[in-house]
Design a protein around this ligand. Sequence first.
Ligand code: FRU
Length: 466
Amino acid sequence: MTAGDPPIPHPRYHLAPPWGWMNDPNGLVWHQGLYHFFYQHNPYDIVWGPMHWGHAVSSDLLSWQHRPVALAPDDLGTIFSGCAVIDVTGSAGLGAGAIVLVFTHHDGTRQCQSLAFSNDAGETWQKYAGNPVLEAPAGLRDFRDPKVYRWDDEWIMVVAAGHELWFYRSSDLRAWHRTSTFTADIGVAGAVWETPDVFSLPIEGEAGNSWILSIGVSAGAPSGGTGMAYVAGQFDGSRFHAGQPPTWADSGPDYYAAQSWYGDPQGRVVWVGWVDNEAIPATRGSISWRGQASIPRSLSLVRRGDRLVLRQTVISEIADLRSDSISLTFGDAPETSVRLDGPAIELSMEVEGSEGVIVLTLSRSVRSLARLTFDAGKCLWTLDRTVGSQELVAAGSWQGTGSPATNVRILLDVASIEVFIDGGIGVFTASLPAVQSDFTQLTVSPRGRLSGTAEAYSLRTSIAPS
Ligand code: FRU
């Protein structure tokens, strides 16, 4: 960026730090009408550095207000990833109804788990005087990212330990005893596991639920570098039993460290990821901020043959951001183009036909951003963002099922694209170069016997510029 260039804008409806660096979502919790979103944050620079917990709150998961940094480094080290719970009974002795944060302290060589709490609904935060509450066994370097949830009248913690996950149990969040070890073959040698999460999800069309264990895998994801994997199975209070092999949750390059909200008032499991990849160098973005969150997605499971597959649905609250809309049909003309105001767009498209190829190009001002291709004969979706920037790795592909109709929903913001195929069973998340623009252009080019309809909306800005 040189003098005279326009300032690089922030995302319009995705959370990004007001300045500095963001990585993992942390401490996601709903409390007294507000969703809290903490995140790994370097407030001094736009690269990873001394980690703090940044903080934002929202009543609808879209309109975020920035709050002061919640946790800063101390004598035990910098503040790595972790979670939040509501301690309704005051089991930890930190106050009935306290919001308790469980996080990793990192001193450069050792990692340990610690607590912080708030008794004023998240306005102020204090670290627990008895930290740490759980230390790594001697010789274990990677021991981090605790996720805590309620089971009967006790607490369960899952924590990443190298390429294993260790489960612990506690009655008071302070004294933890280890109950089991989980490991699985994700098909990647040498990767470290990070940011685990555990939750129970409904299976669509069935009475039962299944447990899901999600894992951030530090290397070897489908588009290279970091990626989220998940395993469906059962949790019995002390051990997670895998019911099937691990699978990747996102076919794009930039969905990592995803975590779910504790205590969603609608009973949903809603998760959100960090839209970036540790394998991509910090050459893009802006001079004032770097890193952003994905759109929050509500989760369910679908049975496909002998597998349970994750469905990620954009939270329904997004409908409140829709403003102008344009409908289009395609199939007769070689190309159909529409132009919408602003850089924040939602597009829903239904495609009919079993032969041919459809290409959707997204452009902003004079610049192409990304191209999504559907090859109906192969049922193959491909996202390519090298059309916008040669610096970025391509993006990825996803193999659908052989049905003659398919649908896709796309969310575009200043610096990201998220693609949800077949109702959110296939997902691509990718960051994009952040460029100023007043409009977005969508061009649909069908070839062969493919036709369909689309509805596109401009989305309102939900985050006040800071
Ligand atoms: C994942 C991660 C976590 C760690 C944090 C540090 O992106 O490496 O394992 O707690 O980031 O910022």
